[in-house]
Design a protein around this ligand. Structure first.
Ligand code: HEC
Ligand code: HEC
Ligand code: HEC
Ligand code: HEC
Ligand code: HEC
Length: 470
């Protein structure tokens, strides 16, 4: 039977080439699977080779086999037609013929085996495409900023697909189609730098975030203690203490910040594509509908957007921090020695003013700058605390490479965080700005106490902490 099959397959060069391609691909595939089963993890590229590229090559080989067989049959038929006036249009499969039986049987067996193999590989390949390694590293340069930030985020143990695709077939297909387009745009260098944000066709939060976070969970008040350092010689340390009124729904109605996503509350707003400017706001609650207006939207593209988790938590997995915040936390947790004179001021200076073409250049340049500062201004410190100065240089290099990506044109403030209000991003103040009013003059609350109690604002030794941490 096998001999018959082989003789049919090898009679035309196209099917012969197809058979060889398929055979080589399958052997390589099985070898790589075997290697990976022994525990070897080659990273995303090995997965793509094993479960996507080789199966494609295998499938191409398989398709070539019948093409060659058909060609051969046509040639045979053509020469037969010279002898007989009527050549049959389609092959006659005569199962009484032992040779034909063998070929048909072998084809069915090999066909079924191939199908199983391809189905398995496709399944594995699709999973591969949803792994963090695939999303974050295959398009390395393009996704590097998001992948880097993701690894430091509270979500570093879930996958990109949990938020960017979610469950269900329709979004799965949608994501594979847009994913294919993205692969092409990466291959042809058509992608925008930086990658466009916000993501306009992001799946609504109710299908993603709310699969893991109970949206009506009552969070209540949340205490926040922030440590800050000033830019004087001693890097004067201070504390800011806030009680965030997060709230959240448990009963029928709630107050607090999470009120915006309560059942029965819908807030729609007119905004420009950056979502940083908010014009008309339409609020629907069980009590009725209110419209808040401010200056009219300017000419140009606008969109109506319904508020969900992502309008405040727009950087749950990709937080790019301002240099000031990064320095405060590095000094607070000891990565940078807070007793080094002027380290806060100098750190900020080298992070924000330095222009570097690559990360390696940045690390070297930053370390050199910091060392240089102490050598010229504090020669005694430069020798006494050489190790601390070196560590500070390294930590500053880390901070830079977590937030600045020259190749993608991502730098301080490129991706704004809407969870709060600051000079870089108005966040809550896009709506809570005392300018949005209803026709009868009602405003959206902008009193500091609407959202939090500020128990201490940059105080060196606040009373409240003596009570909370005696
Ligand atoms: C916790 C949910 C979550 C996870 C996990 C997540 N993302 Fe995102 N991502 C978001 C949200 C939300 C936005 C949209 C921000 C916006 O529209 O303002 C976003 C935006 C992006 C953007 C657009 C550029 C930008 O920074 O806004 C890219 C690219 C991206 N994500 C890639 C990834 C990659 C790669 C991974 C995995 C390594 C990943 N994401 C994991 C929630 C997530
Ligand atoms: C697959 C499950 C999953 C999905 C989907 C998910 N999260 Fe999370 N989220 C987590 C886990 C796990 C944590 C970490 C909890 C912890 O650190 O205690 C977390 C933490 C958080 C936190 C607390 C952050 C902090 O600083 O402590 C916020 C806010 C949050 N998620 C918002 C979101 C938003 C917004 C989305 C949708 C864009 C989302 N999450 C999607 C699982 C998920
Ligand atoms: C798209 C516009 C918009 C954004 C952005 C926005 N809010 Fe609101 N918020 C509203 C509207 C509208 C109301 C209802 C005002 C009213 O009841 O008159 C409101 C009400 C509130 C309330 C009062 C809820 C209650 O107890 O009745 C709090 C607290 C609040 N917002 C906090 C925040 C915080 C914190 C942020 C930023 C993280 C934020 N909001 C961002 C539109 C917005
Ligand atoms: C109006 C803005 C806004 C919206 C909308 C919003 N959040 Fe929040 N959320 C906040 C703020 C502000 C905090 C407090 C952040 C802090 O102090 O760290 C918070 C805190 C949280 C936390 C941390 C709670 C904890 O125990 O530490 C989680 C988880 C969270 N939000 C998830 C969600 C999810 C899921 C949604 C959508 C269903 C959502 N949020 C919608 C503003 C918002
Ligand atoms: C619409 C809600 C809202 C209003 C109104 C509001 N804030 Fe805030 N504020 C926030 C949120 C959200 C944060 C971010 C908390 C975090 O970092 O998790 C914040 C953060 C802060 C911080 C800490 C910033 C930092 O990280 O150092 C200070 C200080 C502060 N607010 C002061 C004020 C003062 C003063 C007012 C009145 C003029 C005010 N806020 C009005 C929502 C609000």
């Amino acid at each position: 039977m096998m001999r018959n099959f082989i003789s049919v397959v090898t009679r035309h060069w196209i099917s012969l080439v197809g058979a060889i391609i398929a055979l080589v691909a399958v052997v390589l595939m099985l070898t790589l699977v075997g290697i990976q089963m022994t525990g070897f993890r080659g990273g995303a590229y090995l997965g793509i080779l094993t479960y996507m590229l080789l199966p494609m090559v295998f499938a191409i080989g398989l398709v070539l086999i019948p093409v060659g067989v058909m060609r051969k049959r046509k040639l045979d038929a053509a020469s037969a037609a010279l002898h007989e006036a009527q050549a049959p249009g389609l092959p006659i499969i005569d199962l009484n013929n032992e040779h034909t039986r063998g070929v048909v049987l072998a084809s069915v067996v090999i066909g079924l085996l191939s199908l199983v193999l391809l189905a398995g590989a496709t399944y594995k390949g699709v999973h591969e495409m949803e792994s963090v390694a695939f999303c974050g590293t295959v398009c390395h340069t393009v996704m590097e900023p998001e992948h880097t930030a993701f690894q430091r985020s509270p979500h570093s143990k879930i996958t990109c697909a949990d938020c960017h695709i979610g469950a269900g077939a329709d979004w799965f297909v949608k994501s594979k189609i847009s994913g294919s387009w993205q692969m092409i745009s990466v291959a042809l260098n058509l992608y925008p730098t930086p990658v466009t944000s916000p993501v306009h066709d992001l799946r609504p939060a109710r299908d993603t975030c709310e699969q893991c976070h109970w949206p009506t969970k009552h969070v209540g008040d949340k205490l926040q203690v922030k440590t800050k350092f000033a830019d004087d010689e001693t890097n004067t340390e201070s504390k800011t203490v806030l009680v965030m009124k997060v709230g959240g729904q448990q009963g029928s109605a709630s107050t607090g910040i999470h009120w915006h996503v309560d059942r029965g509350v819908e807030i729609r707003y007119l905004t420009d594509p950056t979502r940083q400017n908010v014009y008309d706001i339409e609020m629907t609650t069980p009590a009725g509908k209110k419209v808040f207006k401010t200056e009219a939207a300017p000419e140009g593209p606008t969109e109506w957007r319904t508020m969900d988790c992502v309008d405040c938590h727009n950087r749950p997995a990709h937080v790019f921090y301002p240099a000031d915040k990064e320095l405060n936390s590095a000094m607070d947790d000891g990565r940078i020695d807070k007793t080094l004179p002027f380290i806060k001021r100098e750190g900020l200076r080298v992070l924000q003013e330095g222009k570097y073409a690559s990360k390696e250049e940045a690390r070297a340049g930053i370390a050199r700058e910091v060392e240089g500062f102490y050598k010229t201004s504090y020669a005694d410190v430069a020798t006494a605390k050489a190790a601390q100065i070196k560590a500070a240089g390294d930590a500053l290099g880390d901070i830079y490479s977590w937030n600045v990506f020259p190749k993608m044109k991502v730098t301080w403030g490129t991706h704004k965080n809407n969870l709060g209000h600051s000079e870089e991003a108005p966040g809550c103040f896009r709506c809570h700005d005392k300018k949005h009013t209803t026709a009868d003059g009602a405003r959206i609350g902008a009193n500091c106490k609407t959202c939090h109690a500020v128990l201490a604002d940059e105080e060196e030794d606040p009373e409240i902490l003596k009570t909370l941490r005696p």
